[in-house]
Write a new protein. Structure first.
Ligand code: URA
Length: 273
């Protein structure tokens, strides 16, 4: 192999890593165009490894292999999530229930649960989409690059992790940082709703479109909805909620920071009213 050929595989791997494709999904390549209803090898292999993967609702990352049984299995998982979440009387109990919950396939590929960070008595609660690679390693939300930016944004309005509470819609990292599927989101939703109810913040900030759309039930994108106040029923009372840009988006589009700054100022004002 010439030196030029030699560094190509390394470069290709670096490219995949940069693109977020850093999770091993299976040992063998899968021809998804040739998929049938028979269990795919990757499923069979995973079933042997992990109880979560053996569940009928286990959906491997990437395009669906066989979705025939998925809707019903998702309904069951949502019901189980609703029951578990409702039974949690404290945040510690909720965390313990989530640790035991096997209804979301993401648990099988994530390193660990990323439950929350910050002060459970905070008046301000922020909710992102899902943990990324750094969060998956540390077990805490928003500790990577976008988390560092979030910390700076909070500091600019006089807050830090002792005065806010931070969580995600989905508490396990989707492989390769892909967007959680609607099914994964629906399954995890009862837990995050109960988390909000137990924290009982005065103000909720939805970081990014998926968080805002999931929690506030809005269809419009984040560019249209950011900076607007919505009413959110926390289960205990009606509170105010504001969508704003996700810090990861702001890292890619720094010019938009001025709008996020406006949003954070409005949040600070609302908290001191
Ligand atoms: N992005 C999120 O939405 N949440 C995290 O915890 C990290 C990055």
């Amino acid at each position: 192999m010439t030196p030029a050929q030699d560094h190509k595989p390394r470069q290709l791997l670096d490219f995949y890593l940069e693109a977020g494709a850093d999770a091993l999904v299976g040992e063998e390549p899968v021809d998804r165009f040739a998929a049938t209803d028979a269990p795919a090898p990757v499923l069979a292999a995973r079933a042997a490894e992990s109880p979560a993967a053996a569940r009928p609702d286990f959906t491997p990352p990437g395009p669906a292999i066989s979705q025939a049984a998925a809707p019903q299995a998702t309904d069951e998982a949502v019901m189980a999530a609703l029951q578990a979440a409702k039974s949690a009387g404290t945040l510690d109990e909720l965390r313990a229930l989530l640790e035991k919950f096997d209804g979301c396939a993401l648990k099988g590929s994530a390193t660990q649960l990323v439950f929350a960070d910050g002060n459970p008595k905070a008046k301000l609660m922020l909710i992102g989409e899902a943990p990324g690679r750094d969060e998956d390693i540390e077990g805490l939300p928003f500790v990577g690059r976008s988390g560092k930016l979030l910390d700076r944004m909070l500091a600019a309005i006089g807050f830090d992790r002792t005065s806010v509470y931070i969580a995600n819609i989905v508490p396990w990292r989707p492989p390769g940082n892909r967007t959680p599927t609607p099914q994964e989101t629906q399954i995890c939703l009862p837990f995050v709703l109960r988390q909000i109810e137990l924290v009982d913040p005065d103000i909720l900030v939805c970081l990014g479109g998926p968080s805002a759309q999931t929690l506030l039930g809005i269809k419009d994108g984040i560019t249209k909805t950011r900076g607007r106040w919505f009413t959110f029923n926390s289960g205990k009372r009606e509170i105010r909620a504001m969508p704003t840009f996700h810090p990861a988006f702001l890292l890619r589009s720094p010019l938009q920071k001025r709008f996020a700054w406006r949003d954070f100022l409005a949040v600070k004002k609302a908290l001191t009213e």
